[in-house]
Design a protein around this ligand. Sequence first.
Ligand SMILES: Cc1cc2nc3c(=O)[nH]c(=O)nc-3n(C[C@H](O)[C@H](O)[C@H](O)COP(=O)(O)OP(=O)(O)OC[C@H]3O[C@@H](n4cnc5c(N)ncnc54)[C@H](O)[C@@H]3O)c2cc1C
Length: 388
Amino acid sequence: MTSVADKLRFEPTALPASLETLRAEVRAFLKEALADVPVVKRSHSWEAYDAEFSAKLGAKGWLGMTLPKQYGGHGRSALERYVVVEESLVAGAPTAFHWVADRQSGPLVVRYGTEEQKKAIVPAITAGKACFAIGMSEPNSGSDLASLRTRAERTATGWKVNGTKIWTSNAHRANYMIALFRTDPDPNKKHAGLSQFLIDLSKTRGITPRTIQNLAGGRNFNEVAFVDAELPPDALLGTEGQGWRQVTEELAFERSGPERYLSCFFLLRKLIDVVKDNASPATLARLGTQVAWAATLRTMSLSIAAKLNAGQDPLLEAAVVKDLGCQFEQALPGLAQELCELEPTLEGHGSEYQQVLGSLIQVAPSFSLRGGTPEILRGIIAKGMGVR
Ligand SMILES: Cc1cc2nc3c(=O)[nH]c(=O)nc-3n(C[C@H](O)[C@H](O)[C@H](O)COP(=O)(O)OP(=O)(O)OC[C@H]3O[C@@H](n4cnc5c(N)ncnc54)[C@H](O)[C@@H]3O)c2cc1C
């Protein structure tokens, strides 16, 4: 009989020592490339968008690393990619342009795309020239994604799409979107009526993104209207009606990386810098606990990278790390305020530490929404373990 422990496993994984050469190379590159980027901008990390930086990373061979060579990828391991991603996040590199493409769209196209789709997309991702948007959420269909209503209907020339997506990060500046649409309106086919599409945004009329300002003043995400948008027949990604299974796999890529506990890491480092010289034993103990928490999350996250490397789908493990990583990250601004009396400030005012704290206090609440809420993740874990 399969036990609960068999369904949720974090095998200890160590990074091979040979990867330290790669780490040193990436670190040296980032030090130079980011020398002039203000610290507060670096704390925006994977939400900061810089197409030029992404192209430079692509030129170094550090994007599309795990994608097959035959399509223009680099055929390297998930652990090698892990080193690049980890170093980029810790340094606060602006990764938003290539982030989605490198993390989930590329692997998804390789898994489900046609030969033509793979040959067209993978080289652009590897070069850091393809920005992807994720077209999943809709008004009233966030956690309950399968209730989405945007409709793709077959026509004589391909597909016609009508509906609205929301919270679509970077849709206003992306080259492509992978979107989930309803291809069968039969109410009895809630999950089976969904299909994924690969959309070239530059070639499609009838798609209008409108940026939405978030509470911190940023304009990263959008409401995207599809009005009689016409897609060619080959825009279908994978199999019609299999969109739910495909999107579930895509979400495992989306939730499995170290970004789920490293978006506030910059603050932890700055906090340690600021308090270390005059820290009381109690402060050191609190910081030590936080660092131990980070180290544990890293071990778990590495174990997921090893599973991806072995071709497995670590859906449950990814949900666990996303949930725990989010708790770790959201606790950091509060810890900083508890251990250091310097007040948070807005960008351009106060010390670097104060600006980073001010910036992260504003955005941290969103961490438990993006990529799935704690309640939904725990539901997935419980179901996967057979206890719900
Ligand atoms: C910064 C950011 C970037 C994003 N980028 C994208 C993107 O690029 N593409 C995209 O498609 N989406 C994106 N999203 C949307 C994100 O995926 C959704 O916000 C998320 O799935 C939650 O959906 P919702 O906002 O509709 O909240 P709801 O689903 O309405 O949830 C509201 C609350 O109710 C709770 N809840 C809902 N259902 C249940 C249940 N069954 N049991 C218990 N509790 C429940 C939730 O946990 C939550 O606390 C982004 C969100 C953020 C914050």
